[in-house]
Design a protein around this ligand. Structure first.
Ligand SMILES: [Zn+2]
Length: 369
């Protein structure tokens, strides 16, 4: 089909429930041409039309563009240090089914086996409607789609083994969350948005005028490995004094004199929710370490908005004064008059999986129509 068909599908995806008339206006085509394109897409089982809710005005009911009941679907997957999840996502971003499970933080092979088994079951259920897969992972992804996640001990893992179909994309969790946050979340409209995500360690991404900076090798945004932390602490990445070791669950455990937890996210949330003086002091200290580092990045990048994901949201809620004081103290005076806001990510923990789904859809769409 034509580029206009692809553009119309893109509009239907980006604006779920858009009417045919609105889509025509957004594409800059006449209503006759739009009707023709929609008819072709309906014929190809890519799109369907449904009457919109009555607006109260007279005349023919407006038709909304909706996913075709037997149309294409993508798998959006998120693998974290503790768990995995796969969503079946239709055009427009709606999730039809979600499956997932915990893993013991052990070898990559066991995690990959659990994910491929689940993909196999979803293929049985949805058949060839499943056309693409996007995967979010907690580490860096090379152009050859190999994963390196030092905090989990996963090295050179072949992500392409997770999906046998033609359209497969994989990316770093913080990068995908940043993209989703810019497309549908709290960073919509920001000029330079900085997204930071604390899970096991800290990852991030910079979105410059809507474009995510991924780096030459796909390893951009590893802000957790900037030396903003304690220089006496070894990081699993091989460096010392990494910021990530000062702001995650392992940092809280160290401050409390406990061993590094195998489940740093669950552990951090437990400590943040606890109310003993020692735990509260540790949370305040970690929140200040987060605020100080954010200031360094805002100074370096001139970001106009900072969004936080993962444990960053919990730290911001638990110790906002300590985080803010450290942030402001670290800002250059040029930024201090009106500090760029630091906000929780609107998509919350769903940011990475939402980003994986968006990425899969954006790769799939041009090949469909
Ligand atoms: Zn490091």
């Amino acid at each position: 089909m034509t580029t206009r068909s692809t553009e119309l599908l893109r509009v239907a995806h980006a604006r779920p429930g858009v009417t045919r008339a609105e889509a025509a206006r957004l594409l800059g085509v006449g209503t006759g041409a739009a009707t023709e394109i929609v008819a072709r897409l309906v014929q190809a089982s890519l799109l369907a039309e449904a009457p919109a809710a009555p607006s109260g005005s007279r005349g023919r009911p407006t038709m909304q563009l909706v996913p075709h009941p037997s149309g294409p679907l993508v798998l959006a997957a998120a693998i974290t240090h503790e768990a995995w999840r796969i969503d079946v996502v239709e055009l427009g971003g709606n999730t039809l089914t979600s499956v997932g499970g915990l893993h013991d933080g052990g070898g990559w092979d066991a995690v990959a086996a659990a994910v491929t088994a689940a993909v196999g079951e979803l293929l049985t259920a949805y058949g060839d409607r499943l056309r693409a897969m996007g995967v979010s992972v907690p580490g860096t992804v090379s152009p050859e789609l190999r994963l390196d996640a030092s905090t989990s001990g996963w090295h050179d893992a072949d992500l392409t083994a997770l999906w046998a179909g033609p359209v497969f994309v994989a990316g770093n969790d913080a990068t995908l969350a940043a993209a989703a946050e810019t497309a549908r979340g709290a960073a919509l409209g920001a000029t330079v948005a900085l997204h930071l995500r604390i899970e096991g360690g800290l990852g991030g991404a910079v979105v410059d005028h809507g474009k995510v900076l991924v780096g030459a090798r796909g390893a951009g945004g590893e802000f957790g490995h900037m030396p903003f932390g304690d220089p006496s602490i070894d990081c699993p990445c091989g460096a010392r004094g990494c910021w990530g070791t000062a702001v995650d669950g392992t940092a809280l455990a160290r401050l409390l004199g406990r061993p590094a937890p195998p489940d740093p996210v669950t552990y951090a949330r437990r400590v943040i929710a606890a109310d003993s003086p020692a735990e509260r002091a540790a949370v305040r200290q970690v929140a200040a370490a987060l605020g100080r580092g954010i200031a360094g990045l805002v100074n370096g990048l001139d970001a106009d908005l900072v969004t936080l994901g993962g444990i960053g949201v919990d730290l911001l809620a638990a110790a906002p004064a300590e985080l803010d004081a450290a942030y402001r103290a670290g800002l250059m005076s040029v930024h201090r008059a009106s500090p760029p806001p630091v906000r929780p990510a609107a998509l919350g923990d769903d940011g990475p999986i939402a980003g994986a789904g968006e990425e899969a859809w954006s790769r799939l769409l041009p090949g469909l129509a």
